[in-house]
Design a binder for this molecule. Structure first.
Ligand code: AHM
Ligand code: MG
Length: 353
């Protein structure tokens, strides 16, 4: 028997009550994300049956092939939010430009950034995938949202979260007052509070990186990896290695069990700025890690503090237990001057608004 049952709706409302001046718009926006998550969950679990699997003809702004479920999830989130008058604009990883609110609808004081289905190359092999979202407050002065509203550092976020479509569907979110996880009961269609006030545990258990790329990594990243394996200086006990290749799942596991996930830049070659997207992936995880007692860095400093310059900006990511993230920065600062000289100007570029 449960001792206390809390739905996500009630939890979001309880959080809002802590801010007497809150108007309820953020609360409603989070409800809508939970509803979108239920619709996407329904389709991801039925994907094989519905014959929806496979690739569409189109590709996204990175030239990568889109899966049909990406398109579906992208549209669900957009349509859920385009007419509510809570948003001034949206931005999705699947679209090159800012998504404007249709002219016949009013606008509101927030901007929503989302990656509708991250890790979508895993869809065809039944590996967990996820939706990532982040919410900034409108800062521009006109009626409609602009790039200025989107290109804000993660330290300005008012909320962020993700949904993981795995052995069960979970939604994890924060509005800056702890990180909370909810598990979907499919029979009731309700997200129920299952993980209250998540803190990244100590000691950490895992490191998560694609070791297949070691040949393109810098000296600092290679030494860092050996250190995590218990083979470097200063001595430490080795961590286990786990890598799913679906960032929501890798982050989620480390959030609950302790560890570090990293997707570094290549020392040279095509990914010298990393692979992951600052606005659609890294900002949300940086915010969640911070509010769960952890840290997130691009190897030079906190991702929370990076002033974005481009909607589809790339960023190296190290996220998880604080000391493991700090140690990555340490190795990079000691061994990777050459790479830093290439990356720093990109990181510090000013937005062209
Ligand atoms: P995507 O946004 O195109 O799905 O790519 C992001 C995903 C992350 O979920 C994951 O951490 C990473 O790509 C895996 O990349 P790789 O296969 O290079 O290890
Ligand atoms: Mg993605």
């Amino acid at each position: 028997m449960y001792s206390r049952i809390t739905t996500i709706d009630r939890h979001i409302l309880d959080q809002q009550r802590r801010f007497p001046s809150a108007t309820g718009e953020l609360t409603s926006l989070l409800y809508d994300m939970a509803l979108a998550a239920k619709i996407i969950a329904r389709e991801t679990t039925r994907a094989g049956l519905a014959g929806i699997l496979g690739s569409t003809e189109t590709s996204n702004t990175y030239g990568e092939q889109q899966q049909k479920l990406d398109v579906f999830a992208d549209q669900v989130i957009f349509r859920m939010n385009d007419h509510t008058e809570r948003l001034c604009a949206m931005a999705s990883e699947e679209h090159e430009d800012l998504l404007e609110i249709p002219a016949h609808y009013g606008t509101g004081k927030y901007v929503l950034l989302y990656d509708p289905l991250d890790g979508s190359t895993n869809i065809d092999v039944n590996v967990s995938i996820g939706t990532i979202f982040a919410i900034h407050r409108k800062v521009s002065t006109g009626g409609r949202g602009t790039l200025q509203d989107v290109l804000q550092p993660a330290s300005h976020l008012v909320a962020a979260g993700y949904v993981i479509y795995g052995s069960s569907t979970m939604m994890v979110y924060s509005t800056g007052q702890g990180v909370h996880g909810f598990t979907l009961d499919p029979s009731m269609g309700e997200f129920l509070l299952s993980h209250e006030d998540i803190r990244i545990p100590e000691p950490p258990k895992f490191f998560s990186a694609n070791l297949g790329y070691e040949h393109v990594w810098s000296e600092g990243i290679r030494r860092y990896t050996r250190w995590l394996q218990g083979l470097g200086e200063p001595p430490r006990s080795p961590l286990g290695q786990r890598y799913i290749g679906s960032m929501v799942s890798d982050f989620h596991r480390n959030l609950l069990q302790g560890g570090v996930f990293y997707y570094p830049a290549d020392a040279a070659g095509s990914r010298q700025y990393g692979k992951l997207r600052l606005m659609f992936e890294a900002q949300a995880f940086a915010y969640l890690a911070y509010h769960a007692g952890g840290a997130c860095s691009d190897g030079l400093g906190p991702i929370l503090d990076i002033q974005p310059h481009h909607l589809h900006q790339r960023v190296p990511v190290f996220v998880g237990n604080r000391d493991l993230v700090a140690r990555a920065e340490d190795f990079i600062h000691r061994y990777d001057d050459e790479w830093m000289a290439v990356y720093r100007p990109y990181r510090e570029r000013q937005p062209d608004l």
